[in-house]
Design a protein around this ligand. Structure first.
Ligand SMILES: Nc1ncnc2c1ncn2[C@@H]1O[C@H](COP(=O)(O)OP(=O)(O)OP(=O)(O)O)[C@@H](O)[C@H]1O
Ligand SMILES: [Mg+2]
Length: 47
């Protein structure tokens, strides 16, 4: 059976609230602890 991709969005309109920090911690846990393959895309819409 083919594995389905899981999409997780971390978002907030305010800057500097910890989006990137949380994303790195979460993706590290998912990969290094749970063994999942993870792709991270860190976007900044206005810039
Ligand atoms: N290595 C570090 N040591 C101390 N403080 C840090 C470090 N890295 C980030 N910070 C602080 O932690 C807070 C959250 O940073 P982070 O970059 O995760 O926020 P962000 O929501 O992704 O910001 P942005 O909207 O600019 O992308 C900010 O106040 C930042 O200055
Ligand atoms: Mg950021």
């Amino acid at each position: 059976m083919e594995k389905e991709s899981l999409f997780i969005a971390v978002g907030n309109q305010k800057g500097g609230v910890g989006k990137t920090t949380y994303t790195v911690l979460l993706s590290s846990y998912l990969h290094y602890q749970m063994g999942l393959r993870v792709l991270v895309v860190d976007c900044d819409a206005p810039q």
